[in-house]
Design a protein around this ligand. Structure first.
Ligand code: SF4
Ligand code: SF4
Length: 106
């Protein structure tokens, strides 16, 4: 009969031995839709950035002036490497500045 090992002899589990390694796994390659942010409509509220489960909304240090001369110090974009196309950002955007479009169109 096989001898069972005690818990002190078992290899520890549930340990991240290489913190930050999730960046090596590009999780966005199976999406069919991708968000496109309308910089004119966006009010820079940051809700999309907050709700994205994959940290795929990125805040860029890039100024933008709207056609109505409203000036913003930042712009928002999508990191395609990690966006899974779930659409939560578009769903939650209070001014509907995000449109989900087919990946091949974006
Ligand atoms: S939720 Fe909408 S308005 Fe707010 S930052 Fe994102 S795109 Fe802009
Ligand atoms: S579609 Fe989903 S994963 Fe992609 S940026 Fe929006 S909330 Fe994040």
């Amino acid at each position: 009969m096989e001898k069972l090992v005690s818990y002190t002899e078992m290899a520890p589990g549930g340990i991240v031995v290489n913190p930050g390694n999730s960046l090596e796994y590009k999780t966005g390659d199976w999406k069919v839709l991708i968000p496109v942010i309308n910089q004119e409509t966006c009010t820079r509220c940051r809700i999309c950035w907050y709700v994205c489960p994959d940290n795929a909304i990125i805040e860029l240090d890039k100024e933008y002036t709207t056609k109505k001369n409203r000036k913003y110090k930042v712009s928002y974009d999508v990191n395609s490497d990690f966006c899974k196309g779930c659409g939560m950002c578009a769903q939650e955007c209070p001014v509907k500045a995000i449109e989900m479009v087919p990946v091949e169109v974006a």
